[in-house]
Write a protein that binds this ligand. Structure first.
Ligand code: G6P
Ligand code: ZN
Length: 543
């Protein structure tokens, strides 16, 4: 067992996006592709003597091979210890939890989140820092800049580690601890929520369906919902993580979790439905014949946070990404706490959480979380809702409708145009940006523009500025249309159009969402020329 220095050729495209480096599996399978990226990361991080690294992924195709390669590189870089989840498994929130709990200097998470897996699917790698959250852009940009000039990597030539047996082994001077991927996370959840009340709820016959979508949350949901909380066996479906997610798209939205939505809409619907994504950080909440938007979920949790023991003292503030609806802003105002608006990407919440400025965070993209870690957390959101249902004795629909009656309803929808031509997408955005200066005061359909800009965020903690984070057109009545290009796709470009309309009148709270937003949908087409630029007459996904 020795450390080898291997000559390599740089790959030009190793620039992380919204959430790490995501590429097709075949790209990652190129010689030294992963080794180059990880070596660039380690070189950028510098000395790691005595430090601990956390390592695991969502179990998708290439996960195991990547874990073994990273262990060999980590040993050569001089890490003292690596904590790796059994089977190479760690959900994104569990990795964040383990990093924090064990004082690791950081962690490597192998995931392309909700993107399809398998040999023809996607793979991804991201680095989280010592606070448990995604690396800031300054770090990921530095890694990329280093990667373009990399000419060698260093790795031990040690044989593969047995990832399926708990316990310790060594590679060179480094200890490899294969840990239970669920235990630390489950303990953290037990401290935040009233497990006794939720157990009593299930004991009273409350029914639930949790769809793990053949991705990483299966083992976590089984252990916590069916094990610790006594939900009947079969509550968790698609519970075994598969390398290709069973050919499904593990993205918990009404389109990709269609069978759960159909179940919840039917005569035999259980009381509560939920799903999570590939790496376990996203959540979808569904009531009996009632879908909850992620933006509303954040607002409802913020308004009722004190039902959960972990939040009994109240929340310090809320943060949401700019395109997320402003429902949470109204709750924050009522509670007398600040509401921060950040660019899309969980990493932007990190400083606010570290500085104690906010307790809850959420995004329209089915992400919700809190200061209990530095990632969004799918199962946490589900447990929070269970705690709320147990404490209130009300249904999901009743809770949300009462919320609307009190705060008003923010009708909300996102229209995605996926895999469109990148150049055409860039032209659309450029043309839109060029028009922004003249839009304020203009009449668009039934709306009058109050503000039109390209969202620019100045981090209130460290002053970092993030520009061009999405074009927003805000109307005088508070309605909004937001345009941005996705930073997580791997094929062409994805245009996201976010639509939001505020309605105070409870008599108007029960319209079909697309109908309620029809005027704004027309404005979006008119102002951006979507069909002309993209060649698409309709969005590919509506959530
Ligand atoms: C990931 C990130 C989120 C982000 C979402 C959508 O899940 O962690 O923070 O909201 O992707 O990002 P996109 O750039 O594709 O809109
Ligand atoms: Zn995810």
């Amino acid at each position: 067992m020795t450390i080898q220095t291997v000559a390599t050729t740089p790959y030009p495209g190793q620039r992380p996006g919204t959430s790490g480096l995501r590429k097709k599996v075949t790209v990652f399978q190129q010689p030294a592709y992963l080794d180059n990226f990880v070596q660039s990361l380690f070189d950028t991080l510098g000395d790691c003597a005595g430090s601990t690294l956390v390592l695991g992924g969502d179990g998708r195709y290439h996960n195991r091979a990547a874990v073994q390669a990273i262990l060999r590189l980590a040993a050569a870089h001089g890490y003292a210890r690596v904590l790796v989840g059994r089977g190479g498994i760690l959900s994104t929130p569990a990795a964040s939890c383990v990093i924090r709990k064990h004082g690791a200097s950081g962690g490597i998470i192998l995931s392309a989140s909700h993107n399809p897996g398998g040999p023809d699917g996607d793979f991804g790698i991201k680095y989280n820092i010592a606070n448990g959250g995604p690396a800031p852009e300054a770090l990921t940009e530095a890694v990329w800049q280093h990667s373009v000039a990399l000419h060698r990597y260093q790795a031990s030539d040690a044989p593969d580690v047995d990832l399926d047996a708990l316990g310790s082994t060594r590679i060179e001077q480094m200890t490899v601890d294969v840990i239970d991927p669920v235990a630390d996370y489950a303990q953290l959840m037990e401290g935040l929520f009233d497990f006794g009340a939720i157990r009593a709820l299930f004991a009273r016959g409350f029914t639930m369906r949790f769809d793990a979508m053949s991705a990483v949350t299966g083992p976590y949901a089984k252990a916590i919902l069916e094990g610790m909380l006594g939900a009947p066996a079969g509550t968790v479906i698609n519970a075994v993580p598969l390398e290709d997610f069973g050919g499904h798209h593990p993205d918990p939205n009404p389109v990709n979790a269609a069978s759960l939505i159909a179940l919840m809409a039917g005569e035999d619907a259980p009381d509560f439905g939920a799903a999570s994504d590939g790496d376990g950080d996203r959540n979808m909440i569904v009531g009996r014949r009632f879908d909850v938007t992620p933006s509303d979920s954040l607002a409802v949790l913020a308004a009722n946070a004190t039902v959960a023991p972990g939040y009994r003292a109240g929340i310090r503030g809320v943060a949401r990404s700019m395109p997320t609806s402003r429902a949470a802003d109204r709750v924050a105002a009522a509670l007398g706490v600040p509401c921060f608006e950040t660019p899309t990407g969980w990493k932007y919440f990190g400083n606010l959480l570290d500085a104690g400025k906010v307790t809850l965070c959420g995004e329209e993209s089915y992400g919700t979380g809190s200061d209990h870690m530095r990632e969004k957390d799918g199962l946490w959101a589900v447990l929070f809702w269970l705690n709320l249902l147990a404490a209130s004795g009300k249904s999901v629909a009743a809770l949300v409708q009462e919320h609307w009656a009190r705060f008003g309803r923010n009708y909300y929808s996102r229209h995605d145009y996926e895999a469109i031509d990148s150049a055409a997408a860039a032209e659309l955005m450029d043309a839109l940006r060029a028009r922004l200066g003249g839009l304020a005061g203009q009449r668009l359909g039934e709306y009058t523009v109050e503000l039109a800009d390209d969202f620019c965020y100045t981090d209130p903690v460290d002053g970092t500025v993030a520009r061009q984070q999405g074009v927003r057109i805000v109307m005088t009545d508070g309605s909004r249309v937001v345009f941005r290009l996705s930073g997580t796709g791997t094929e062409g470009a994805t245009l996201r159009v976010y639509l939001e309309r505020y309605e105070a009148d409870p008599a108007q709270h029960h319209l079909p969402t697309q109908q309620a937003l029809a005027g704004l949908i027309a404005v979006a087409e008119h102002v951006a020329g979507i069909s002309a630029y993209t060649g698409r007459g309709a969005p590919s996904v509506i959530t």
